[in-house]
Design a protein around this ligand. Structure first.
Ligand code: FAD
Length: 228
């Protein structure tokens, strides 16, 4: 890609890895210096050659460490290699890149964040930064409850749902599109909500379409698709 040619490559070292759910791996890197706006991503060069994009989950206060969250289920080169990452391994990346960011001029009182899988990664810090300014709800869906990320979600409303049958699960059931629509139907005023959607491309497409069909204005919907 052209952007890969015009951005300077940076170096980083893997300092730790942690499974935060059955299919999500958090990988922590040390680098020279990184500054970002929540929502941005890096392009990581797998084996120094193959570019793959990963949203930045967090950056440390001293701006020397950053983390990503990767869905490691699957046989693509990115997921396979990241599954095998070892501590002290050196990697190269470009970025931060992208324009999926929280709109600070938003006048909605309510902000709904909608994610599947590693789509939670760019949304997490947006939620943390804004939870005292807006009424925030998070909608997250997975096949099974074991796929829910072990992250703290204090001070916001959460709607976690699963799509596979599980009699031990007493929470929401069904796809995230369904859970969001159910909550929308209970509201008298849809104009006062903004939406941030992130995850696999089909989920993002379906949710966006559902919101538009429900009469939400397109300038209230922000999204990042993890693919094309
Ligand atoms: C903006 C953005 C942010 C993302 N953030 C995350 C994240 O935080 N966590 C996460 O788990 N996944 C994220 N992804 C998805 C991730 O980039 C990979 O698509 C995913 O890990 C599967 O890659 P793979 O190599 O295992 O699979 P493969 O099947 O080998 O590749 C799948 C996808 O890789 C992408 N790709 C292929 N060639 C190129 C190329 N030359 N340059 C760039 N991309 C290419 C295409 O989307 C392709 O469909 C993000 C994607 C995008 C676009």
């Amino acid at each position: 890609m052209f952007k890969n040619l015009i951005h300077q490559k940076n170096k980083a070292i893997i300092i730790s890895r942690e499974k935060i759910s059955e299919n999500l791996l958090k990988v922590d890197f040390k680098t020279n210096h990184i500054e970002y706006t929540p929502g941005e991503y890096i392009t990581l060069f797998i084996a120094n050659i193959v570019p793959r994009n990963y949203s930045i989950f967090s950056v440390s206060e001293d701006k020397k460490n950053f983390s990503i969250i990767v869905n490691i289920n699957g046989d693509g080169i990115g997921r396979r290699s990241i599954r095998q990452f070892v501590t002290y391994e050196k990697v190269s990346y470009i970025g931060p890149l992208g324009d999926f960011k929280f709109n600070k001029n938003d006048r909605s009182e309510n902000v709904w964040f909608i994610a599947t899988g590693s789509g939670i990664s760019p949304l997490y810090q947006m939620i943390e930064d804004n939870k005292n300014k807006y009424n925030i709800s998070l909608f997250f869906s997975a096949n099974r409850k074991e796929e829910f990320p072990k992250l703290k979600f204090d001070g916001i409303k959460t709607y976690f749902s699963i799509t596979q049958k599980d009699d031990t699960w007493k929470g929401e059931k069904g796809r995230v599109t369904h859970t969001v629509k159910k909550q929308l139907l209970d509201l008298p005023n849809l104009e006062n909500i903004s939406f941030y959607i992130c995850g696999n491309p089909n989920m993002v497409k379906d949710t966006n379409l559902m919101l538009l069909n429900e009469g939400i204005s397109k300038d209230k919907i922000y999204f990042e698709k993890f693919g094309f």
